[in-house]
Design a protein around this ligand. Structure first.
Ligand code: SF4
Length: 226
């Protein structure tokens, strides 16, 4: 598999936010979201075998725990990734998969917690979502990264259209970050003010979690490998 980096940090997003987590970032992505903060993962990467990846995960987290498979788009390497995920599960790791939802997800082992992005108009990639991926398991999550009021309205309409407003599926609304954010650890780096988003959500009684990328407030937003 082609791997950009493997590192340990705190999980910054999802219902697992704040927990220690080993991140395995796979190379390659077939989308080009306007605000993408992982463009360095689009090409290159080091070729690693399953055994090398598992050894590095074990070195960083010898007592087991949380592992997130991310990218890029990890499912572009599905043929190798699915067996790797099975091995990590059998070793006792709790696995998260962060995916754009563009590739089919039906071969992902059911034990994996899928965090499926639904791209909104500001990303420029909102027409690429594979709606078959809405057949989610009970522990999966849907994430909307929002950069504008138009994105917020799009996300709400998406939830309404797919009967996802009842709270049975975990939904995250997350303000997009400036991809050139530098230096300060502040909400001024968000493309959409979290306070404004919180006020919209409260006024509209949206059944979703407001998710901040907490690693971008703990460490400087431009830092990689945290
Ligand atoms: S899917 Fe993720 S990695 Fe790919 S362009 Fe969009 S934000 Fe970047």
């Amino acid at each position: 598999m082609h791997i950009i980096e493997i590192f340990k940090s705190l999980q910054g997003e999802s219902s697992f936010a704040g927990l220690p987590c080993v991140f395995v970032r796979l190379a390659g992505c077939n989308l080009r979201c306007a605000w993408c903060d992982s463009e360095y993962s689009f090409a290159g990467g080091r070729k690693m075998t399953d055994a090398q990846i598992i050894a590095e995960v074990g070195r960083l987290s010898p007592a087991g725990g949380l592992v997130e498979i991310t990218g890029g788009e990890p499912m572009l390497q599905e043929r190798e990734l699915v067996p790797l995920m099975r091995q990590l599960i059998s070793l006792g790791y709790r696995l998260l998969l962060e995916t754009s939802g563009e590739r089919p997800l039906d071969r992902v082992p059911r034990e994996v917690h899928k965090i499926v992005d639904v791209k909104c108009p500001s990303s420029g990639e909102h027409l690429r979502f594979n709606e078959k991926n809405l057949a989610l398991g009970p522990h999966d999550e849907l994430k909307f990264v929002l950069a504008s009021r138009e994105d917020y309205d799009y996300a709400r309409e998406f939830l309404r259209r797919h009967s996802l407003e009842n709270g049975q599926t975990a939904v995250i609304f997350s303000p997009a970050f400036r991809k050139d954010a530098h230096g300060t650890r502040s909400t001024e780096n968000c493309l959409l003010d979290p306070r404004e988003l919180a006020e919209w959500m409260l006024a509209d009684q949206v059944n979703a979690r407001l998710g901040l990328q907490i690693h971008k407030y703990i460490w400087e937003p431009q830092l990689k490998g945290v």
